[in-house]
Design a protein around this ligand. Structure first.
Ligand code: SF4
Length: 265
């Protein structure tokens, strides 16, 4: 389902020698015109971007999103077929024995907490929503295990509502592009949605995620192969720290501390 745009075998010209460094984010936002240009380029690069999570209905997406916290979508996709086969509906999952669910989702991390969340969320779906996943932010965020980011994903992906979810990739890429100086996901969401037309909010989330997974990676971006390279404010920062690293020698002594500090705002 995911529109894959990159692999680990790409050129690493911009990453050589930077493995010990954490590249600081730009200290200033780009202009609105540049921000819109950056986003237009990413839209062109990832025209068919969709979620990488596998699901066939709103209930399955809800469960997959809860399981994806602090975990990769690929790991979740390996787990959910077994889970959904045994518990295909909220009715079934609401009656599940926690130890049985824990056994299935053990590889997803925080499996005891996630087990409680998806069982209790299923009970809430049965008790308050007739077994259906609700559509409003308030109702979604009231479900166990569902915060603002998860609610945004469910609203935008399965109900096609205007919502922009900020995960770790979106947070990082939005900062590197100079779209935001936000200190938390809510501030990043606010900044990015000001420069993206509302009808594209739900797509913009996927542009940034896919770009973060394929090119603008953590901890080091592959700027040399990036279509936004010419207008993004981060490549000069990468080059500056590459130079510092070279001067500091192979161990990067003297650079590491400075490079890992968050830039002053
Ligand atoms: S130029 Fe570099 S930092 Fe900017 S978006 Fe591209 S990969 Fe990320």
């Amino acid at each position: 389902m995911e529109s894959s745009a990159g692999t680990d075998s790409r050129s690493r010209w911009s990453t050589e020698g930077l493995s010990v460094l954490k590249i600081p984010f730009p200290k200033k936002k780009v202009s609105r015109a540049v921000a819109m240009q950056e986003l237009a380029i990413l839209e062109g690069a990832y025209p068919n971007a969709v979620t990488a999570l596998h699901y066939s209905n709103a209930f399955e997406l809800l469960v997959a999103v809860v399981l994806s916290a602090q975990n990769t979508d690929a790991r979740v996709n390996l787990t959910t077929p077994v889970l959904f086969k045994k518990y295909p509906t909220p009715q079934k999952l609401a009656r599940a024995r926690p130890e049985d669910v824990e056994q299935i989702i053990r590889s997803c991390g925080f499996f005891r907490t996630k087990t409680r969340s998806i069982i209790n969320a299923s009970k809430q779906l049965m008790e308050l929503h007739g077994g259906n996943v609700p559509r409003t932010r308030e109702e979604l965020e009231a479900l166990p295990g569902v915060g603002r980011k998860s609610a945004n994903v469910i609203m935008s992906v399965v109900f096609e509502q205007a919502a922009f979810a900020v995960d770790t990739h979106v947070f990082r890429v939005a900062h590197r592009l100079g779209l935001t100086l936000g200190k938390n996901p809510r501030e990043v969401e606010s900044d990015v949605t000001k420069v993206v037309p509302k009808e594209k909010w739900r797509h913009a989330h996927h542009w940034l995620i896919l770009h973060g997974r394929s090119i603008c990676k953590a901890p080091i971006p592959h700027c040399g192969e990036c279509p936004v390279n010419a207008i993004c404010p981060t490549p000069p920062i990468v080059r500056r720290f590459r130079t510092l690293k070279t001067k500091a020698g192979p161990a990067g002594r003297g650079v590491r501390a400075a490079a890992t500090r968050r830039p002053a705002r």
